[in-house]
Design a protein around this ligand. Structure first.
Ligand code: GLU
Ligand code: ZN
Length: 318
């Protein structure tokens, strides 16, 4: 038995599409090819974006594809105590603080947004300003978020696809939120606490999260957690190079299923476009032994009309 633990971490915010199918298959193969375990974690903490019925729909989509996992699925909102304890320990050590700045205040106080960063750098306005969340909230009449104190200086990341990268979170992002408000943990902290709690050793996910791994590495360092190995894989895009959105049902697994597509054809299509050019219609486990992320093409996977036809989807929809 190997000590490799991979994970599937879907957010139940919409139907899974071909992009999810591909990153989940890659994560699953990467662990299973080496005798590893797979844990499933439903990331349902972003209550504004979670849609009802999507947890069950996610289970159904994963099962349809032939993906399985070990142990009970973990529902993130059921285990928030672990995240709270981590936040409390950071607060107690002065590594986190309440912040009541509005988005607008952060934007006007910050220097020009850094290339590639969607949000402006937080300039540290509230660092050392409040003794407690209660004090921050009563003084301003606003809900407070919690920010993590990003330590100064570079941090090196090793990614299986992107190689060695150096980031400077303090310079480029600033102190970043670990709670969006009381009772509502932010993604960066939640993912780090839960990967550690579930013993995850391999994180295979879309490369839109590559820059997040610097923030996650800083949190792991501060909390004394081991670092997983990261593999940020190229995304699936439509024919024009736009990443697939969960908002539209384009290329959703539900619509493939409704069109009568054989899930093994989806698995084979992903496999052929992911370093296994000879893959025939198969269930994921039938291909696991042949899989290696070393052979994954390094460019985004664009889905064109020929792909849609191969998958039995009517095209001209997106
Ligand atoms: N739940 C996140 C998503 O579906 C993935 C987070 C992660 O893999 O770290 O976008
Ligand atoms: Zn602030």
């Amino acid at each position: 038995m190997s000590d490799i633990v991979g994970r599937l971490a879907p957010s139940p915010t919409g139907h899974l599409h071909l992009g999810h199918a591909r990153s989940f298959l890659l994560a699953w193969w990467h662990a299973r090819a080496r005798g590893g375990r797979i844990v499933l974690r439903i990331e349902d903490l972003d209550v504004e974006r979670v849609k009802s019925g999507m947890i069950d729909a996610t289970f159904a989509d994963l099962a349809w594809l032939g993906l399985d996992w070990d142990g009970e699925p973990s529902i993130q909102s059921h285990t928030v105590t672990h995240i709270e304890l981590a936040a409390q320990s950071l607060l107690a050590r002065g590594l986190a603080y309440p912040c009541t700045c509005t988005r607008k205040e952060v934007a006007t106080a910050a220097s020009a947004p850094h290339a590639g960063e969607l949000t402006p750098r937080y300039p540290g306005t509230c660092r050392g300003k409040w003794r407690s969340i209660a004090e921050a909230e009563s003084a301003t009449g606003r809900a407070a978020c919690l920010r993590f104190v990003a330590r100064e200086g570079p941090i090196e990341i090793e990614d299986g696809i992107h190689g060695r990268r150096t980031y400077d979170v303090a310079r480029d992002v600033g102190d970043f939120p670990i709670y969006r408000r009381a009772g509502s943990p932010a993604y960066q902290l939640a993912v780090v606490v839960d990967d550690a709690r579930q013993g995850v050793t391999e994180v295979v996910r879309g490369d839109d999260l590559l820059e997040s791994c610097a923030r996650q590495a800083l949190l792991q360092e501060a909390l004394g957690y081991p670092r997983p190995r990261w593999w940020h894989v190229p995304l699936v895009t439509d024919a024009t190079g736009r990443r697939l959105a969960k908002r539209s049902d384009d290329m959703s697994l539900a619509s493939l299923r409704a069109a009568g597509t054989d899930p093994r054809a989806v698995v084979a299509w992903v496999a052929r476009r992911s370093g296994m050019p000879d893959a025939e219609r198969s269930w994921p486990r039938e291909l696991a032994a042949r899989f290696s992320l070393e052979r994954l093409p390094r460019e985004a996977l664009a889905v064109g009309p020929a792909d849609l036809e191969e998958l039995g989807l009517p095209f001209g929809r997106s």
